[in-house]
Design a protein around this ligand. Structure first.
Ligand SMILES: [Zn+2]
Length: 376
C-alpha cells in the first residue's frame, strides 16, 4: 500500500515515512488555511503573513498527527506487538503493525492511545492559546494555537467514530472480540459498521457536491472510499488468517496436474488441454522432468496461423524461481507473494518434482467455501 513512501527519520526505533499523497494534502491544507481560514478568523493581515501562518499551522498539524500515531506505536510495542513504522498518507497516519494484537484488551489500549493523545494535544494547545491571549502575545500566534486545538479535537473525535479501520472501529472490534472471543466475527461486524459509515460519508459528499460545495464534498467521498476499501480488505485478511492459520500450500494444491508435453502443437494444447479444462496455464514435462510452463501470454505471442506449426517445446517458458513455490510455504505467505508480484499461478515443486499447480482462484474458492461452511 505504501510502496512509494519516502523515509523521513526515525524516532526511538520507529521509522517515520511519508507517502507522496501527503505532500498534496499538506499543500491543500496550507492553501485553504492561508486563503480561507485565517483571513476569516483574523482579518487585516497581508497574504504573505497568512501563508506563513498556514505553513506553521500545517507543520504543527503534521507533528500532531505523528504524535497520534506514535502513541499507538508505543502502546503496541510495550505490549509486544512489533511495529514496522509509521506512514503519513492522504488521510492522516497509519502505524503499521507487523502482527495482530494478541487479545481484545491489548487491541483496545493500542486503539485508544491515539485519540487520547489528540485530546491531550487539543487541551494543551487550548491552554497555550489562552495563555498567549492573556499575556498579549501576537494575535497571529493565538490564532494558530487555537486552530491547532480545534484540529486536534476534530482528529480525536473523527477517529473515534466506530468505523473499522478507524480507531473507534478498532475499539468496537476489541470490545466484541473480548466479549465473544471470536476475532473473525468481531472483525466482520466492525468492518460492516465501517462500510455503513463510509457509505453515509460518500452519500453526504455527493449531496454536498450537488449543492455546490465541491471541495468539501469530494473530500468526504475520498475518505469514504478509503474507509470502504480498508474495511473490506481488513475483513478479507482476517478471514484468510483464521481459515488458513498455519496451513501450507501442500495442503491446498490440487493433485494430478494437467500437463503438456513438448511435442504437442500449440493448436493441440489450446484445443485439447486449455479450452476443455478451462485453464490458461500448464506445466510442460518430458519423461517425468519438469521443463517449464506454457501460459496464455506465451500462446498469445504466436500468430494464430502458426499454432499448427509451432510446438509447445518451441514456445514454453523455462523454470523461473518467481513462479515456483515449495509445498511447505504457508498459504498466507503465498497470498502476500501474489499481492506483491501480481502473479496468480504457481508451480508447486519439491526437489525438482512437480506436485501440482496452485492458483489465486484455488485460494479464493477455498476461502469462500470455508466462509460459507463456517457461517451458521
Ligand atoms: Zn489513530
Amino acid at each position: 500500500m505504501f510502496s512509494h513512501a519516502i523515509k523521513l527519520f526515525s524516532v526511538s526505533g520507529f521509522e517515520i515515512k511519508v507517502d507522496p499523497s501527503w505532500l498534496l494534502i499538506a499543500t491543500l491544507i496550507t492553501w485553504s488555511l492561508a486563503q480561507h481560514y485565517f483571513p476569516l478568523s483574523l482579518p487585516g493581515y497581508s497574504n504573505g503573513a497568512y501563508l506563513l501562518m498556514g505553513l506553521i499551522a500545517m507543520l504543527f498539524f503534521f507533528a500532531s498527527l505523528l504524535l497520534h500515531e506514535l502513541s499507538h506505536s508505543v502502546v503496541a510495542r510495550s505490549n509486544g506487538v512489533p511495529i514496522r513504522g509509521i506512514t503519513l498518507f492522504l488521510f492522516g497516519g497509519m502505524a503499521e503493525l507487523e502482527a495482530e494484537p494478541q487479545s481484545g484488551r491489548v487491541e483496545f489500549w493500542i486503539a485508544i492511545a491515539g485519540p487520547i493523545m489528540s485530546f491531550a494535544l487539543s487541551g494543551l494547545f487550548w491552554i497555550l492559546s489562552s495563555l498567549s491571549q492573556a499575556v498579549g502575545a501576537s494575535a497571529a500566534l493565538t490564532e494558530i494555537l487555537s486552530y491547532l486545538s480545534l484540529i486536534n479535537l476534530v482528529l480525536a473525535i473523527f477517529n473515534l467514530v466506530p468505523a473499522f479501520p478507524l480507531d473507534g472501529g478498532r475499539i468496537l472490534r476489541a470490545y466484541l472480540w473480548h466479549r465473544h472471543g471470536d476475532i473473525l466475527r468481531a472483525t466482520e461486524t466492525a468492518a460492516r459498521s465501517g462500510a455503513i459509515f463510509a457509505m453515509i460519508l460518500i452519500g453526504l459528499g455527493v449531496l454536498a457536491i450537488f449543492q455546490g460545495a465541491a471541495a468539501a464534498g469530494l473530500w468526504q467521498v475520498m475518505i469514504g472510499l478509503f474507509v470502504l476499501t480498508a474495511a473490506r480488505s481488513s475483513y478479507q485478511m482476517q478471514l484468510a488468517k483464521s481459515v488458513f492459520g498455519d496451513r501450507t500450500v501442500g495442503a491446498l494444491v490440487p493433485g494430478d496436474p494437467i500437463i503438456l508435453s513438448p511435442e504437442m502443437s500449440i493448436q493441440e494444447a489450446v484445443d485439447d488441454i486449455f479450452l476443455p479444462n478451462r485453464i490458461g496455464f500448464a506445466p510442460v514435462m518430458e519423461k517425468g522432468t519438469l521443463l517449464g510452463y506454457l501460459d496464455q501470454k506465451a500462446v498469445a505471442e504466436i500468430g494464430r496461423s502458426d499454432w499448427g506449426k509451432t510446438t509447445v517445446g518451441d514456445a514454453y517458458r523455462g523454470l523461473d524461481p518467481a513462479i515456483m513455490v515449495s509445498p511447505d510455504l504457508p498459504v498466507e505467505e503465498l497470498m502476500t507473494r501474489i499481492a506483491q508480484s501480481g502473479r496468480r499461478k504457481f508451480l508447486v515443486v519439491r526437489d525438482h518434482d512437480l506436485l501440482g499447480v496452485i492458483t489465486l482462484a484455488d485460494i479464493t474458492e477455498y476461502l469462500h467455501l470455508a466462509e460459507t461452511l463456517q457461517r451458521r
